[in-house]
Design a protein. Structure first.
Length: 366
């Protein structure tokens, strides 16, 4: 059975689009399970909605005040920390994008791949950079090693027990910690503003982030109001497959581009962002397209899907499979945090959803 492998690294490097201005507005672009809006976007309102979280960041003369994911009402961090430990690879690349450097980071092959892709080198080989852990999982950290390094600031994720592991020991040692949760383009804009001002590079926020925002808006303003596809979006982990809801990064992108995600209608009493897959339920809805968000090497994720469903007659009788409309989204833009490259991800997704549309960015790249 033919599979369509999406290669995204080399697509669309020069990307400035022309927008269409229209009236009327839909609700905020925050991810959720609200009905798909079928009225035209208002560009200014959409921009304001994307900037909602960033606008809550308060930049003081010597510090930045914001709400992190720790549960605190707000935290205040001094600008220009000299010794930073960043304990999540994707957030480390965002810190570097904001003009910062680190004294400590996560090592390992997966992290090295992320550093190479977004920073241009494996920073663990830089002079003055210490690998303080080899996994983003807090359960595998040596807290004593991290705290004894006496960093001025620790940045970590609320995922994989990171913040839970380090918060109390760091507080006892007087080390400030930023707990980051990053699940949408809105989150990128917020955290990039925080990081740019902490590193003393606010001009990068004005240029890099605003350029990315403009390009994302350009794409969304040209999404058709009619003939929008139904989709089924899967997450392919190391050894398992789940359905992505619109509360995930990729699911939220699909929703903003007016695709109907069939899994959003599934029973979800726990409020999870991913659900187990029932092929009979998928078959009943017959999605136009299937997207597979790859956690690892694309070829390995293709093999995982083939092993799980390749011999299943229900899977093979799906219209999306028979029409070769299954798309594997490589992790560099659709699993790792794409940061300023969000625009590339939106552009690629738009072309897959609406191959009949000649978007402005396509003309610009020719």
């Amino acid at each position: 059975m033919k599979r369509v492998l999406l290669s995204i690294i080399s697509l669309f490097l020069a990307l400035s689009a022309v927008c269409g201005l229209t009236a009327c507005v839909e609700e905020s672009p925050k991810d959720g399970n609200e009905p798909i809006n079928q009225t035209a976007y208002d560009r200014n309102q959409l921009k304001n909605d994307f900037l909602t979280l960033a606008d809550e960041v308060i930049v003081n003369e010597d510090s930045v005040t914001f709400k992190d994911a720790s549960g605190a009402e707000s935290i205040t961090i001094s600008k220009n920390p000299q010794k930073v430990y960043n304990l999540y690879a994707s957030f480390t690349t965002l810190w570097y994008e904001a003009g910062g450097t680190v004294a400590g980071c996560i090592g390992g092959s997966s992290s090295a791949e992320t550093y190479n892709e977004y920073i241009g080198r494996d920073i663990t080989e830089d002079e003055g950079v210490e690998v303080v852990a080899t996994s983003s999982s807090g359960s595998k950290w040596s807290v004593e090693t991290i705290v004894s390094g006496q960093p001025d600031l620790i940045i970590c994720s609320t995922a994989m027990s990171g913040y839970k592991t380090i918060s109390s020991p760091a507080a006892a040692a007087g080390i400030p910690v930023i707990a980051v949760s990053y699940d949408s383009f809105q989150d990128y804009l917020k955290w990039f503003k925080v990081f740019c001002n902490l590193t003393g590079n606010p001009e990068l926020w004005d240029s890099v982030a605003m350029d990315a925002l403009d390009k994302v808006l350009d794409v969304l303003m040209e999404i058709p109001l009619e003939n929008n596809p139904t989709v089924f979006c899967m997450f392919s982990g190391a050894s398992s497959l789940q359905a992505n809801l619109s509360t995930t990064v990729v699911g939220g992108m699909l929703k903003l581009m007016r695709a109907t995600n069939i899994a959003d209608d599934w029973y979800n009493v726990s409020g999870a962002t991913r659900l187990d897959i029932n092929l009979e339920t998928v078959y009943a809805r017959q999605p136009d397209m299937i997207f597979v968000q790859c956690h690892g090497v694309t070829e390995e994720n293709i093999a995982l899907v083939e092993a799980a469903y390749g011999d299943n007659p229900i899977w093979n009788d799906l219209n999306a499979i028979k029409n070769n409309k299954i798309y594997y989204l490589e992790k560099v833009l659709f699993h790792n945090k794409p940061n300023s490259r969000f625009a590339e991800a939106y552009q690629i997704m738009a072309q897959l959803l609406y191959p009949e549309v000649e978007f402005s960015f396509m003309k610009e790249s020719n």
